[in-house]
Design a protein around this ligand. Sequence first.
Ligand SMILES: [Mg+2]
Length: 217
Amino acid sequence: MTANQSENAKRVRHKRRGTEYTVIGTGRIQIGKPLNDMDHVVIYWGDFGDLWVRGEDEFLDGRFEELPKPINRISLEDVEMMRALANEPRNALDAYQQVATHSAIYPGQGTPLGLVYVALKMNGEAGELAEHVGKAMRDDGLVSTIFRSGNDTEVTFNGLSPKRRALLIKEIGDVLWYLSAACNELGISLSHAAETNIGKLYDRGQRNALSGSGDER
Ligand SMILES: [Mg+2]
């Protein structure tokens, strides 16, 4: 049998004592040795919503082992650790990666499918960033264009609204999250990718090859 959802749970009253209770559900009892009145029992859920009951002594006799709690959210500890490490620019990226990983649950994680997934989603978030820039142009007057006679066009640039700016910052963070996940899939740190990029740009600068195109300049 399965347990009741809390809002639908049945309420009952013991007619003689007058005490009231919520029925959790109907479970099955497992007994290796007889139980006595007022013995403590442990009530536990199965992964399919099934309820089980077992005497506490039996439950704690070593037949069960406690599983580590899954980490799938960012804790206050994570945030504090990141703040502490963020004073070092190199560490700030890696601290972010470490903390962001605690919220990483996605299909194929740790397999080539995971890399495919994060690459797709990273582009989705980059698209959301571009979408807000487009909306700033269309709706917020980021760029005003006045057409004059012939091909003459006057373009005026205005500031971003605080709201749009906040939305852009959020999307940049979303892109960063997937960049961090992509680094995880490759087994590298975010700072490694950052240093590789700066090294590449430095090398190009030394060779006066900063402009132009091509990945292997
Ligand atoms: Mg987003």
